[in-house]
Each structure stands twice: as structure tokens, then as C-alpha cells.
Design a protein around this ligand. Sequence first.
Ligand code: 5GP
Length: 239
Amino acid sequence: MKGSLLYEGKAKKVYSLIGEEYELILEYKDEATAFNGKKHQTFRGKGRLNNLISAHVFSYLKLAGIPTHFIQTLSDTEQLVKQSQIIPLEVVVRNVAAGSMTRRLGLEEGTELPEPIVEFYYKSDDLDDPFINDEHARMLMKVDQSDLDHIKAAAHKINNHLQVMFSEIELRLIDFKLEFGRLHDGSIVLSDEISPDTCRLWDQDTNRKMDKDVFRNDIEDLVEIYEIILKRLEAIVHV
Ligand code: 5GP
């Protein structure tokens, strides 16, 4: 039974679960935001799409042996997860230069990177999620170097699995953002969501953008694009 609202973010609401101390309900909203909330719009059906897409991705990763917070979907817009203390670290993995990396390093969008790169950003709306290194992370949050090494290794492993999964549905995984949380037993698991809101996905043949960049840059209809991703995932992943 759904308990009280614990937190409301830009894309999701988090509820407690009556009688279950270590579980939470995530409810996905129809809001799309970009540029740290400066651009926002409501898309009917987006909450369902993000919830179901993320459920498929987490189910795939769970089957591949990645520890995650995901338990099961509860409805079109809700999922049950293990309660975790989110580490305020945005872990970005890049296979191809795009977005902020092209602006920061003067690389051309679409440049293949010689090997995947893992970056850390400090999750802070007030500061616009600044780029940080391991030393900043150790100073700012309750993590030690072994936690960071564990997170980086997990991020690379997740990247390997996701590249295979997305190539099966004819998409290139350009880059993506992960968040990790600590369970009550102290172990670190993959948390939050993985969806076209948090990944850059390009069509394998045409490089058509099939992710939140269609909203960020007013390219195509977000709901139509996310529907295509969900349909393709439903064909290869059983939730
Ligand atoms: P960039 O650093 O180029 O803006 O983002 C790199 C990747 O991480 C993109 O796939 C982007 O969607 C994702 N990402 C980075 N920061 C955030 C964030 O605060 N929220 C979401 N949803 N995705 C993010």
C-alpha cells in the first residue's frame, strides 16, 4: 500500500510503502525538463513510457548480474524499488563525443572515442551539476576510493551490457548517465532510471536522434520516439 510522498523531483515522485521499511514506490511524471529545468513541458504518456522503458532496461541488467534497486513494475507509471541512499554523483559514460563533451573539449559531435570514458558530475541543481574528479567526490560525499573504483567498474560493465542490448534494437548508445545508491546493508547498487531521458541513442543506420535531445533541440515528437524505443525493447526483454 502506497504510503506518504517522501520526495518530488523533476521527473518522478517517491513514496514510502506501508509496512515495508526498505522498499519505495517510484511514480514517473509526464514532465520533460532540460537545461536544469529552464525548459519544461508536459507530454501526456511520457511517465508511462519512462517507467516501462526503465523497467525493461533494469530487468535486462538484473538478468546480466548487475545489482540494482529495481524490484518490479506496479502499474503503467509506478515501480517498486529497494530503498537506497542516493549518492549525489552523476556517473556519465561516453562512447561517442556529444553534448557537453563536444563543447568542453572542442570535439566534433559523433567522434568515436578510442575507449569508453567515465566522468563524474556533482548532482546539484544549484550548481548546475559541475564536472568533478575523484578527489572532489571523496570530499563532497560519503564515499571512499574503493567505492569510486567499484562505481567506475560497474559503469563500464553496464556500458558493455547496454551497448549489446541497444544494438539488438538497432540503436547506438552514444552516452548515458547513471546514479548509484547505498542499500541499508551498505552495498552499492544501480538506482534511479535508465531511459531516453538519461541516454543518447542514435539510429544505427541513419544516426537519427532517438532520445531527449529531440525535446532539448526541438527536433521531433518526444512521445513518438519513446514509443518506438519501448516497442523495440518489448520485443527483446521480458519484464
Ligand atoms: P551531457 O554531459 O552531454 O549533457 O550528458 C551526457 C549524458 O548524460 C546524456 O545522455 C544526458 O542525457 C545524460 N545526463 C547528464 N546529466 C543529466 C541529468 O542531470 N539528467 C538526465 N536525465 N540526464 C543527464
